[in-house]
Design a protein around this ligand. Structure first.
Ligand SMILES: Nc1nc2c(c(=O)[nH]1)N[C@H]1C(S)=C(S)[C@@H](COP(=O)(O)O)O[C@H]1N2
Ligand SMILES: [Mo]
Length: 323
């Protein structure tokens, strides 16, 4: 496996505390989580159905209620069978059908560029880098549909702080896997592979930005971006890059896949914004997956997808210009 020795300099929470203290703390956290789960019994009943088909390997996490929406969850079945993952085909059902060829072990993520401590980390080390949280986020696709998904992960800032960004680090670039042998969709020239995405440094460091390794209490299904993806809930879904292999901190705004393919349709920022229409369709409303039906009314799309706490990141910016 291609792991640089420099990763040994990286300090995990489990290494700074003596083992017993650490384990006792873990037991305490587990008890707290169990108590919280009893308290939210009604929520659990309403949402049990949504977890029903999640039968993959379990991934324990503590719910972060403060950062979670209380809306009804999209079912696991819908969230894992209606996907955009063009490396595995263009139709919504293609990723679920084709992504079984994705090999998620061994897997490493390299973090490099404007950092003092570049590192290549094994995926199992990434999963243990910080306590896993369950966060229920809305995900709004630029195509006009949305879902509510219980993701498992931790704030990306935990990882970025470890590599010590330099003063020149202004943006973060996310590079995803592009392997012809595993991904039949690469034959199609829709995008310039690999799929790349980017965030401004303050967006990447925002607590809502989730480095995601699971959903519905289990490891990510391949079609949802295993083994590690991003979820940036106030931006259109395409900013949430799947199957990340490299994270590069850079001084200039990086190229991003959709912006590169159609710059007049997809901006670098791509914040959810009902006031800025896509050139070919309105962004004022959305269809919640699972609520389809002829008489079902569409939902109003909310500014920043309802995540008002990010508004200050853009104060003074013309969001029609920086769409
Ligand atoms: N590598 C990669 N990441 C990707 C995509 C993709 O095609 N390739 N599609 C994006 C789009 S358009 C959306 S809406 C979300 C969908 O995530 P989900 O299938 O887990 O709901 O993934 C995003 N991440
Ligand atoms: Mo999307």
């Amino acid at each position: 496996m291609l792991i640089k020795p420099s990763q040994d300099k990286l300090v995990l929470p489990s290494e700074i505390t003596p083992r017993e203290v650490y384990e006792e703390r873990r037991r305490f956290i587990a008890r707290m989580a169990a108590t919280a789960a009893v308290g939210s019994g009604i929520w659990e009943m309403a949402n049990r159905e949504a977890f029903a088909q999640a039968a993959g390997p379990k991934l324990a996490a503590t719910r972060n209620a403060a950062l979670s929406t209380e809306e009804k969850l999209t079912s696991f079945k819908d969230a894992s069978s209606y996907n955009n993952y063009y490396e595995f085909g263009l139709d919504k059902g293609d990723p679920a059908e084709n992504a079984h060829t994705l090999r998620t072990r061994p897997w490493t993520v390299t973090i490099e560029g404007e950092v003092k401590k570049p590192v290549t980390l094994d995926i199992d080390r990434i999963i243990k880098l910080a306590p896993l949280e369950e966060r229920i986020y809305r995900l709004r696709c630029v195509e006009g549909w949305s879902m509510v998904i219980p993701w498992v992960g931790y704030s990306l800032s935990n990882l970025l702080k470890q590599v010590e960004p330099t003063a020149n680090a202004k943006y973060v670039e996310f590079i995803t896997l592009a392997d012809n042998k595993q991904m039949p969709g690469l034959r199609s020239p829709v995008l310039d592979w690999p799929y790349v995405e980017g965030l401004r440094m303050d967006e990447a460091m925002h607590p809502l930005t989730l480095l995601t390794v699971g959903m519905y209490g289990q490891v990510l299904p391949n079609q949802n971006g295993a083994p590690v993806r991003l979820v940036v809930p106030w931006k259109y879904g395409f900013k949430s890059a799947k199957s990340i292999v490299k994270i590069r901190l850079v001084s200039r705004q990086p190229k991003t896949a959709w912006n590169d393919s159609a710059p007049n349709e997809y901006g670098f920022y791509s914040n959810v914004n009902p006031l800025v229409d896509h050139p070919r369709w309105s962004q004022a409303s959305e269809r919640r997956i699972g609520e389809d039906g002829f008489f079902q009314k569409k939902r109003k799309t909310l500014m920043f997808n309802g995540y008002d706490q990010v508004a200050s990141l853009y104060s003074g910016m013309d969001l029609k210009k920086f769409f």
